[in-house]
Write a protein that binds this ligand. Sequence first.
Ligand code: FES
Length: 147
Amino acid sequence: ETIHRQVADIIDQHRQKPGALLPILHAIQDTLGFVPPESVFQIALALNRSRAEVHGVITFYHHFRTTPPADHVIQVCRAEACQSMGSDQLVDHVSRRVATCRAGQFDVHPVYCLGLCASAPAMMIDDTLHARVSPQKFDQLVDRLEA
Ligand code: FES
């Protein structure tokens, strides 16, 4: 099924509702993981809106992304306990390591406390928490994900 077809189906399911634009955008992102830029015209046409209007809504809400999500999401804790245990150096290391990986493989975000302060520095990779993450330990985790 092409993206165009999927988007068309989603539009059909929601277009009669008042304020259909947001439900449509949410449904597209839930289904595809992002709102493809090429679907903006399709949505605008179906809802009788301008392309600029649809684009404006997408960019206004930080929730919407216009590029496919990475295969893995890395959240590094930047809160106090982790800072005091070297999360700054860890973040530098993570950026350098991830820069050597294929594009689209990892998204890195800061996060503020993962509840593992006693075992800092902490990070979360996808749905898994990791405590006392040293640069070496991080490399091993990435190696495993890349394998
Ligand atoms: Fe990092 Fe709480 S400060 S887990």
